[in-house]
Ligand binder design. Structure first.
Ligand code: DGP
Length: 114
């Protein structure tokens, strides 16, 4: 159920996470199953299930998530570069039904992605 997903429990501090940043609109914490030396998830507090559920009212929020990603990349010393990934729905590899940006860095990334 949407209201039961693991990220809502992290937002509610019902389960622990290695939180690197939080404010009134979002949270950033380390991924439990890192795919790169640095792997951080950036999530809005607002319930948005998938990237496809973003609407025009979320424009400022989505922009904010990107600004937070840039600040984290700087803080985490990803000056060589990094990758932002948003998996959308099952076909896009999404497992947790709450919008999240993956911020990945610390290694080189191939293209096309798998
Ligand atoms: P996605 O496949 O795009 O839905 O990615 C979900 C990510 O969430 C995946 O990389 C693993 C991560 N994840 C799942 N459960 C937890 C958790 O309980 N804590 C943390 N920190 N990350 C989690």
């Amino acid at each position: 159920m949407l209201q039961d997903n693991i990220f809502l429990k992290i937002i509610a501090k019902q389960i622990p996470a290695d939180i690197l940043y939080e404010d009134e609109r979002c949270l950033a914490f380390r991924d439990i199953k890192p795919q790169a030396p640095t792997h951080v998830l950036i999530i809005p507090r607002k319930v948005i299930a998938t990237h496809a559920d973003i609407t025009a009212v979320d424009s400022e929020l989505i922009g904010h998530l990107h600004v937070v990603a840039v600040q984290l990349a700087e803080q985490l010393q990803l000056e060589e570069g990094y990758r932002i990934v948003i998996n959308c729905k099952d076909g896009g590899g999404q497992v947790v039904p709450h919008l999240h940006f993956h911020l990945l860095g610390g290694r080189r990334f191939a293209w096309p992605p798998g």
